[in-house]
Ligand binder design. Structure first.
Ligand SMILES: *[C@@H]1O[C@H](CO)[C@@H](O)[C@H](O)[C@H]1NC(C)=O
Ligand SMILES: *[C@@H]1O[C@H](CO)[C@@H](O)[C@H](O)[C@H]1NC(C)=O
Ligand SMILES: *[C@@H]1O[C@H](CO)[C@@H](O)[C@H](O)[C@H]1NC(C)=O
Length: 558
C-alpha cells in the first residue's frame, strides 16, 4: 500500500516568476505537488533550514478529517473526503477553537467554520526516499496550542519527515458523557486518525511508515502516553514514543467527573433542564463556538475513563499493565518544570495574601501542595515536608530562603513524580520496553517563563522552565546565540537519533543506556550530555544545586 502510494505520487516543480519587489518576504517559493492516492493533490512550498540553509518542502494545513462541526461536533473524527481540485497547502490551517488565542486574533479571522481545524503539517526534504517520520502533538493543557508554533527549521537539518498535527481541544475535544451521542476523548481519537493517515500517505512525502516516532510535550506527552496504552490506537501506527514533561498517570490527565462538567457548562450557557443528560448534550451541541468557549473558560480537561468507543476503557494505571505495545520510550522533564505551577500559584495566592511577610513558609507550601494531590503513591505530603523543609524554615516567613524548596515541591508535584510514576509502571510489566530517561538542565538565554503573559511580577526567575526544551527543537524563539545553538544541535541529535535507531545519541557523547531499574540510569541534557545513576536525585535538584541563588530576584518583594 505504502509503496504504491510512493510510486503514484507525481511531483512537479513549477517555478512561479519571482515578484518585482526586492522584499524577500514577497518572493514566492517554487510550489511543490504531491498526489495523495485516494485523496487528491496537495500543493506546498519551500523554506530553508536554520543552520545549513538546506531547502525543505512544506505542506501545511492538509485536512485529515471532515470538519467536526454541526452534526459531527462531539463525534469521532470522519476521514476527509477526497478533493478534486488541487489543495493549496502553503499555509497553516485554522487553529482549533481556544479562547486565549481567539482573544488575541482580529475578528475577521474568526469567520467561517471555526471548527474545521483538523489538519496536518508535513515537512520533508525528499519525496522519493524512506525517511524516519516524527509525529508531533503540541501541548497546552488540552485546551490551547496550535501547529504553527512548531517550526521545522532545526529538525529538518536531518533527513526525517516531520508531521505536526492539530486535534480538538477543550470543551470540543475532551468533554463527554460516555454515551454514543457524546462519548468523550475526541481529541485523542483525532490523533489516532491522524496516525492512520500517516500510515496511508506518508510514503508520498518520502516517509517510512514503519519508522514513526510519536512525540509530544506537556499535554502532548500525556496524549503520547494515551496512544501507547489505548486499545484503540491503530496497530503498528507508531514505533517509538517520546513524552516530554507530560505523564498519562498524572492526576490531571484524567477527567473523573465529566458528567458534572457537561451539566455545569450547560448551566453557564443558560440552557434549560441541564440535569437531563440528553438536554445538556443538545445544548452543548448547538451552542455557537464563541459561546461554548466562554461558558467553559474555567473548566479543566482530561481523558474520560469508560468512553463509549473504548479509547480509555479503564484507568490509565491499569491500561499500562495491559498494553502490549513495547516500543522504545524516551521520557523526561526539565530541571525546573514546576516553576510554571509555582508562578500560577503565586499569582493566585497574592490575591488573597497581599503581604506574604505575614504568611509562613508552611502555609504557602501547604497551599501549593493542596492545589494538586499526588496519585502516583510515590510521595505523601509529610515525606515531602521532611525532605524539603527543615522545621525552622517551615515555621518562618523567609520565602527567599525557602525558594529552592518551593521549586522542588512544585517540580515533584506537577511533573517529576508523575513522570517517574509512568516509567515505574512500565517497569512493573513482565516485558518492558527500553526506557531512556532525561532531565533537561540547560538554562539558555531564552525562556518560556510566563508563557505569553510576561513574568515581571515574580520575585523569582523561572529556571529551566516548563517547555524550555522546545526552544531548541522547534526554533520557537529564533535566533539563538552561539552557545544556545550548540545545545539545539545536541537536542536535534538526541531526538532524531532516537527516532532513527531507538537509541538517543550525540556525536562524541557518552553512551546513553536504557534504565535497568526504576531508578536509572538516566541522563542530563546541558552544555554537555552526562549520564547519571539515580533519577530520584532529581526530586531535590534545586535544593542540591550550588547555583540555586540564581533563581532569586533580590530586587523584588514577596
Ligand atoms: C493522482 O493519482 C490518481 C491515482 O491515485 C490518478 O487517478 C490521478 O489522475 C492523479 N492526479 C493527478 C493530477 O496526477
Ligand atoms: C520560513 O521560515 C521562517 C522561519 O521559521 C518563517 O519566518 C517564514 O515565514 C517561513 N516562510 C514560509 C514561506 O513558510
Ligand atoms: C487535595 O487534598 C486536600 C486534603 O484532602 C483537599 O483539601 C484538597 O481540596 C485536594 N485538592 C485537590 C486539587 O483535589
Amino acid at each position: 500500500m505504502a509503496s504504491i502510494t510512493g510510486l503514484l505520487s507525481i511531483i512537479y516543480l513549477v517555478l512561479i516568476p519571482v515578484s518585482c519587489s526586492n522584499d524577500p518576504e514577497n518572493i514566492i517559493s517554487p510550489d511543490v505537488r504531491v498526489n495523495l492516492s485516494g485523496q487528491g493533490v496537495v500543493i506546498g512550498n519551500t523554506n530553508t533550514t536554520s543552520w545549513t540553509g538546506q531547502t525543505y518542502m512544506q505542506f501545511r494545513g492538509i485536512p485529515y478529517a471532515e470538519s467536526p462541526s454541526g452534526e459531527l461536533r462531539f463525534k469521532p473524527p470522519v476521514p476527509r473526503k477526497p478533493w478534486s481540485t488541487p489543495l493549496q497547502a502553503n499555509d497553516y490551517g485554522r487553529i482549533c477553537p481556544q479562547l486565549f488565542e481567539y482573544n488575541r486574533l482580529s475578528p475577521d479571522k474568526l469567520k467561517g467554520d471555526l471548527e474545521d481545524c483538523l489538519t496536518l503539517n508535513i515537512f520533508t526534504k525528499k519525496l522519493n526516499a524512506k525517511q524516519p517520520v516524527m509525529f508531533h502533538m503540541h501541548g497546552g493543557r488540552l485546551q490551547d496550542g496550535f501547529a504553527s508554533d512548531y517550526r521545522a527549521d532545526y529538525l529538518l537539518e536531518k533527513d526525517i519527515v516531520l508531521v505536526v498535527t492539530q486535534y480538538r481541544l477543550g470543551i470540543l475535544g475532551f468533554s463527554g458523557t460516555k454515551s454514543p451521542d457524546m462519548s468523550g476523548n475526541f481529541g485523542l481519537m483525532d490523533t489516532m486518525l491522524a496516525l492512520h493517515w500517516v500510515q496511508d500517505h506518508i510514503a508520498a512525502f518520502g516517509g517510512d511508515n514503519s519508522k514513526v516516532t510519536v512525540f509530544g510535550e506537556s499535554s502532548g506527552g500525556k496524549l503520547g502516553g494515551a496512544l501507547l496504552i489505548s486499545p484503540k490506537t491503530p496497530p503498528s501506527s507508531f514505533h517509538r514514543l517520546i513524552t516530554q514533561s507530560g505523564s498519562i498517570v498524572d492526576e490531571r490527565s484524567t477527567n473523573m467527573e465529566p458528567l458534572a462538567q457537561v451539566t455545569r457548562v450547560c448551566h453557564a450557557l443558560k440552557c434549560e433542564d441541564c440535569e437531563r443528560i440528553d438536554r445538556a448534550q443538545q445544548c452543548l451541541k448547538r451552542a455557537p463556538v464563541m459561546d461554548i468557549l466562554k461558558a467553559s473558560e474555567s473548566e479543566r480537561y482530561g481523558l474520560i475513563i469508560g468512553d463509549h468507543y473504548g479509547t480509555m476503557p479503564v484507568h490509565p494505571v491499569i491500561l499500562i499493565e495491559q498494553t502490549n505495545k513495547n516500543v522504545p520510550i524516551m521520557a523526561g522533564f526539565t530541571k525546573h518544570d514546576g516553576s510554571i505551577a509555582l508562578g500560577f500559584f503565586y499569582d493566585d495566592f497574592k490575591v488573597s495574601h497581599p503581604n506574604l511577610n505575614t504568611v509562613t513558609v508552611g502555609d504557602f507550601a501547604t497551599g501549593l501542595m493542596h492545589r494538586k494531590n499526588d496519585t502516583t503513591a510515590l510521595i505523601n505530603n509529610n515525606v515531602m515536608t521532611r525532605l524539603l523543609f527543615p522545621a525552622n524554615l517551615w515555621h518562618s516567613s523567609d520565602h527567599r530562603r525557602a525558594l529552592p524548596a518551593y521549586f522542588d515541591l512544585a517540580n515533584i508535584l506537577y511533573f517529576k513524580s508523575a513522570t517517574v510514576g509512568f516509567t515505574n509502571k512500565l517497569f512493573e510489566k513482565a516485558v518492558y520496553p527500553p526506557i531512556y530517561f532525561y532531565t533537561f538542565d540547560y538554562a539558555g538565554e531564552k525562556t518560556k517563563f510566563g508563557l505569553d503573559m510576561g513574568n515581571a511580577q515574580y520575585p523569582f526567575n523561572g529556571g529551566v522552565h516548563h517547555s524550555d526544551e522546545l526552544i531548541y527543537l522547534f526554533a520557537m524563539k529564533p535566533p539563538l546565540n552561539a552557545k544556545d545553538t550548540e545545545v539545539a544541535k545536541k537536542m536535534v541529535d538526541l531526538w532524531v537519533s532516537f527516532a532513527m535507531t531507538g537509541v538517543p545519541q550525540v556525536p562524541d557523547g557518552p553512551l546513553i543506556s536504557p534504565m535497568n531499574s526504576k531508578r536509572g540510569p538516566y541522563f542530563h541534557i546541558d552544555k554537555e550530555i552526562k549520564v547519571d545513576d539515580d533519577i530520584l536525585k532529581e526530586f531535590t535538584a534545586t535544593i542540591d544545586d550550588p547555583n540555586n541563588k540564581n533563581l532569586d530576584r533580590p530586587s523584588k518583594i514577596w
